[in-house]
Ligand binder design. Structure first.
Ligand SMILES: Nc1ncnc2c1ncn2[C@@H]1O[C@H](COP(=O)(O)OP(=O)(O)OP(=O)(O)O)[C@@H](O)[C@H]1O
Ligand SMILES: [Mg+2]
Length: 266
């Protein structure tokens, strides 16, 4: 994304507080004042004048701890934009995002950097691995951005995740020596490394066959449930919806909560 509002995605090491400023909780987001994630009236407009694009127009949602939800919608409907705003990678034009007591839009740059490194696990639509680091080093790198994790703990966690993702024998490969699906799985491992509160995954199964896709989504669900995370998965694949607790749909930037995803027809 080249939007001037986009926030530098390079994570810098920082020692600032993980939980952000301690403001009072936001007003009710979709009548879930206690939810871990509360998105209120988020709007995002790219560009201006005749090039203006309203990517997200009125998103309000609340997702609890331990909930794994799907975000569906056709290409260009605003999915990546919305989860980038939720994860503190992109500033909304208006509206608010709260994660616990932290107001994502009201953090200093330093707080935002710490928030993204410590509390958010983001799997980008393209895997975005560091090209000169091996699969294992890509995982270890993100834990080096957070204080208080010993090298030994990090190595153990990286090896567990790589094994769980079926990548134990690929740990020493560079990204260019991995298949697209393997790269995507490394990116999922990297997102889970720091035990984040929020797990945001953009099309995790696009490069995977059905069996591997199911395995990866089952693993994401397990992580969310067993470690009490809040998970949002963008997907085009209706078969993956069965692993989620609830489904949101976004159409031309309008977000709705749907009961019958099979009726969506895309
Ligand atoms: N940096 C940008 N500048 C201008 N317009 C943008 C920018 N990023 C996205 N858009 C536009 O905003 C709209 C929403 O884009 P977004 O990437 O959020 O869609 P998406 O639902 O993730 O699509 P896909 O399924 O293809 O990944 C699209 O019309 C897109 O062209
Ligand atoms: Mg997208």
């Amino acid at each position: 994304m080249t939007d001037p509002d986009s926030i530098d995605p390079v994570l810098e090491a920082t020692g600032s507080v993980p939980n952000g400023p301690g403001e009072p909780p936001a007003e009710d987001a979709a009548h879930h004042p206690e939810a871990l994630l509360r998105v209120n009236d988020v709007r995002k407009v790219y560009g201006s004048g005749h090039t203006e694009v309203v990517a997200v127009s009125d998103a309000t949602m609340a997702v609890d701890q331990g909930e794994f939800v799907a975000l569906l919608g056709p290409s260009g409907s605003g999915k990546t934009t919305l989860i980038s705003i939720i994860g503190g990678l992109l500033a909304p034009t208006s509206g608010t995002v709260h994660v616990g007591n932290a107001d994502v839009g009201n953090m200093t740059r330093k707080q935002l950097t710490a928030f993204r490194a410590e509390r958010v696990g983001f799997v980008f639509q393209s895997a975005n691995l560091v090209p000169f680091l091996t699969a294992r080093e890509n995982l270890l790198f993100v834990s080096s951005l957070v204080k208080g994790i010993s090298k030994k703990q990090a190595q153990q966690r990286a090896d567990e995740l790589l094994a769980e993702l079926g990548l134990a024998d690929r740990a020493k490969n560079l990204p260019e020596q991995l298949s697209g699906g393997e790269r995507q799985r490394v990116a999922i491992g990297r997102a889970l490394m720091n035990d984040p509160d929020l797990v945001l995954v953009d099309e995790p199964t696009a490069a995977l066959d059905t069996a591997m896709g199911r395995q990866v989504v089952e693993m994401l669900r397990r992580e969310v449930k067993s470690r009490g995370k809040t998970g949002i998965m963008v997907t085009h694949d209706l078969r993956m919806v069965e692993y989620t607790d609830r489904v949101f749909e976004i159409l031309d930037g309008h977000l709705t909560h749907v009961e019958q995803p099979s009726a969506l027809g895309h």
